[in-house]
Design a protein around this ligand. Structure first.
Ligand SMILES: *[C@@H]1O[C@H](CO)[C@@H](O)[C@H](O)[C@H]1NC(C)=O
Ligand SMILES: *[C@@H]1O[C@H](CO)[C@@H](O)[C@H](O)[C@H]1NC(C)=O
Length: 389
């Protein structure tokens, strides 16, 4: 979807290939060719020959500069942007460009991911910044050097860091700021932040509707998002219902106003939710499905039979101290499903709103179309990849 969108957009403007292929290499070729024609120096030969040579030089210069140079080097209206996405399991860098005259974006310049996430530096926060260096090198290969100083770089961290103590959060961000200040890209200290879960959902909603071509159109035609991260889940969609202020976001795009419900459910991300489930199972509090085999042993229906639990104890990881030796992988879909549903209903009795679909948090009636993104996508890609061929 995103790719086809990008292609039609570029076609309408300029040569699609030229804009995508490394402008850096092309411009190097160009300038290496440049000195050659100027060497054709008229010496003691007849003037007409010199004139002809000059003319040929001019014509070839014309072709080299006008025909080759124009599309190969980004026009002055093009700007680059670099975004660091600090997730709970890894940090990703995205490089994109946009044309300030046409407002067209090119998101295909590249992205790179490094594990673990910034939250894993909770025990030694001053080292967090160093983890960005390989990512920055990647960005520098994608953005032509002449554009570095004018290219904004921002770091937005999400639920992984939201779960970390605020003092430690600041230390981790400060360590990153030290590295970003000298990165060569344009950076201001407040461009490295932990964004709120509500913002995270709104950004995902904007991206989805931009890609679908529904941004700027009728609110009822937009698509909601359910974004399954590692530590949190964002749910954002247009709703007609009156919303409690803390869940309500208003977004103006052109002459259209979107009234959005947006919320991030912390602890409901894929990895953290799975840890919570195993913690509940191993404590024996969760008796819906986990029949006891022997005393003190419980079945984990959500891990495939034969799977051996091992504690991934990377220091500072989100993993709770769970005694996994009490868990035995049971691999039973229906039991896993009912355990997961029970987990989603946890705390429902504390719901103080008209409706709560997840725990005790307000959510209006889901309406319209939805896009399930991030780990929903990654998981389905792994699970169903063998059907592809
Ligand atoms: C927004 O304005 C444009 C013209 O400026 C109009 O065509 C479009 O229908 C308007 N959209 C809405 C939702 O009112
Ligand atoms: C899964 O659990 C259900 C309910 O306990 C049981 O009826 C079913 O036989 C189990 N399936 C397998 C494959 O063990």
């Amino acid at each position: 979807m995103r790719r086809s969108h990008a292609r039609t957009r570029i076609n309408s403007n300029m040569d699609p290939i030229k804009l995508h292929t490394r402008p850096l290499t092309r411009s190097t070729n160009l300038f290496s060719r440049n000195p050659k024609p100027t060497k054709s120096n008229p010496s003691s030969f007849a003037i007409p020959i010199a004139l002809t040579a000059t003319l040929i030089t001019l014509i070839s210069c014309y072709y080299v500069f006008i025909h080759a140079a124009k599309p190969s080097f980004p026009p002055s209206s093009v700007k680059y942007g670099v975004l660091l996405d600090g997730g709970s399991t890894g940090t990703r860098i995205h490089v994109f460009s946009y044309d300030t005259e046409t407002n067209h974006f090119d998101f295909d310049l590249g992205s790179m991911r490094l594990n673990p996430g910034l939250s894993s530096y909770a025990v030694n926060p001053t080292n967090a910044g160093d983890s960005l260096k390989d990512l920055l090198d990647f960005a520098k290969r994608k953005v032509p050097p002449a554009f570095w100083a004018d290219t904004e770089i921002r770091l937005m961290a999400t639920a992984g860091l939201r779960l970390v103590d605020v003092v430690v959060q600041d230390k981790i961000l400060d360590s990153c700021r030290r590295v970003l200040r000298v990165s060569g890209f344009r950076f201001a200290d407040d461009w490295a932040t932990v964004i709120t879960g509500s913002d995270e959902g709104v950004y995902a909603w904007i991206v989805a509707n931009y890609a679908l071509g529904t941004l700027g159109g009728d609110p009822s035609e937009t698509t909601g998002i359910i974004e399954l991260g590692g530590a949190s889940v964002q749910v954002t969609f247009v709703s007609d219902e009156p919303l409690p202020q803390e869940f309500s976001r208003t977004l103006k795009f052109g002459n259209v106003t979107y009234n959005l419900y947006s919320h991030s459910f912390l602890h409901f991300g894929q990895n953290v939710a799975f840890e919570t489930l195993r913690e509940l199972l191993s404590s024996g509090d969760f008796n819906t499905a986990a029949e006891s085999l022997q005393k003190g042993t419980y079945i984990d229906p959500c891990s495939p039979k034969g799977y051996l639990h091992h504690v991934e104890s990377s220091p500072g990881s989100l993993a709770a101290k769970i005694d996994l030796s009490t868990l035995q992988a049971g691999g039973n879909f229906s039991e896993c499903r009912s355990a997961a549903l029970t987990l989603l209903q946890n705390g429902k009795e504390k719901c103080s709103y008209k409706s709560c679909y997840l725990g005790s948090t307000f959510m209006p009636k889901l309406r319209g179309k939805f896009l399930a993104t991030e780990n929903f996508f990654h998981t389905s890609k792994v699970s169903f990849s063998h059907f592809d061929r």
